[in-house]
Write a new protein. Sequence first.
Length: 690
Amino acid sequence: MALLAAGALAVGVLHAAPPASAAPTRLAAVTAPPSSQGTEAAPPALHAPPDDRARSRALDTAGRVLTDRAAALRAGAGDTFERPTVAFGPRGLQYLTYKRLHRGLPVFGGDVIVATDRGGTAVTAVTTGQRRGLDGVETTPTVTAERARDIARGLLTSVTGQTAPRLTVHAAGARPRLTWETVVSGSSKDGAANLHVYVDARDGSIADRWDDVRHGVGHSYYNGDPVHIDTSGSPGAHTLVDPKRPGLRCSRVDNVPIDGADDEWGNASPTDMETSCVDALFAAQREWDMVREWLGRDGFDGNGNGFPILVGNRQPNATWSGSEVEIGRNTSGTKLIGSLDVVGHEFGHAIFQFTGGPRGGDPEAYTLDESTGDIFGTLTEHYVNHPAAIDEPDYLLGEKVDFFGPGPLRNMYDPAALGGTPCYSEPFPSGDTYAAAGVQNHWFYLLAEGSAPAGKPASPVCAGEGVTGVGLRKAAEIFMSGLHLKTAPWTYVKARQATVQSALALYPGCEEVRRVKAAWDAVTVPATPGEPDCVPNDFSVRLASPDSTVEAGRTATTVLTTTTTSGQRQQVSLSFTGAPSGATVTAQPPVVETDGSSTITLSTSATTPPGVYSITVTATGSVVRSAAYTVTVTPPAVPAWKPYTSYKAGDQVTYKGATYRCRIRHLSLPGWEPPRTPALWTKVRAGRPS
């Protein structure tokens, strides 16, 4: 996918040159990662995937949604759903994608995505790309598979491969229809192509098409010297294959591996292929780490896998082909491309392709795909956080490329400054995909930084008075979560709705939701009827028994019940104050989802002073709610003296209305009553021995 416009499109290379005072040296590839990555490091468990019970609950919850909302999901009598694929997003949100079949045929655009919270109980979003029911769709073709195959092949100037056409119900458009689906590989007037084609199976027209291959511009600057990359091999035989990130490797454009006797790579030359691999692998490995740590994603495809990088393409571009990244040169041929924002851009297309449903062939889908690459390139820059002497993180794309001369290719905070489209309008411009990507780029900057951020460039808005940002990390989580709800055809209006729903699911308050909407308003992407309103998440707490009496040395219990009073369910943590000395208060479980309950236990000891205590039970979620638990602690009961009982020093007993304390350990026998054995028992009066 790409950074530039039509034809040979440019991706970037961030060639972080060594300081002027330092002579260039070879870039050393070592397996140790940098000591720190970016800023605002997330807690390790923040994006941990849900446990098995939560995953099972999500399946049950989503299954009920398919039944309960069948009409809204346009599910007819001939529709069935396959077992869902499950992906996990930021903060453990679960996304279950159901493939639809109509009379046994796959339905393009018919996927249903059900999103739940981490616990699998609360539904945060339900979406489908299908716009009409399918009961009236013909399932018998009049155009043969062979004819459809030829029609699709005719869309390319040369063909190197093609999948067998298969009957598919195309339901992503205004009119569902039976189609032949095929993918044709080869080349077009713009270069390499991997074209998805849907040929109407009744009249032979093109129902939909889109190309996986997108091109971009690069900048082949280095990332400092030396850099650390993960490589494979043993003494005397090393290769540029990542041992920790499956599928990620770098080789020449002809797929000839780059290997060496030592584990030292490159020569600091912008035209050297080995150096280009060092830069490209560095960027891809850092992006992989970024999406894991910041967004909870496992690999570029979401299932722990990466893709190969090929360097040495003589065309002035960089390319995502649908299965690999190719790194080419700038227009003057003075640099190979393979840097942070360019490589991050290309693998951003991979993330887009392998998240949610397909994008479809709508012109807006192309621009949203292209903008996604820009956003991930920018996130990669911010994660690595190079100093200004190398390439400080910013919101410019390809600024180190010199692709057509000095200067960046795109500007996210002011797209119009470089000929981009800053504001959405209908009909949406379909001629320049890369310029039109400015709309979502502009939105992302406004969401992350705002229209007038301190110490960063101001961003002119298309409507309204201004926008306050939520911060880069939150904006990234909202954007990534929105991608999980992608359905065909992906449009700006759908992207708005998905990110609003994602903000509602991710953050319990309303402020993030308001700012997501304000950023879309600022780039004039309209709201759809029924767009979710922000209802603050709130809850109440109640104790089943607010008063208890307990003897010192024993325990008292009560049950705390939480109730969602507005918004969505949320997790709340429990804490306590006011416990008497010698006593502890615990909750099981200590964290509870609202509409659930927890058992509160007060455990006293023999030394807990008698008295009345007010214990405050505090439940902390998006708001703080509390309840008072009043506990009366009574002195320990004194047992009556019994013969044939073992006593130890300090034990107390009652005998004929008086209290006695044991002096030494002994076995009491009949006739050894306390009043008769002062060597064994001392009479207690008013808490003191008599």
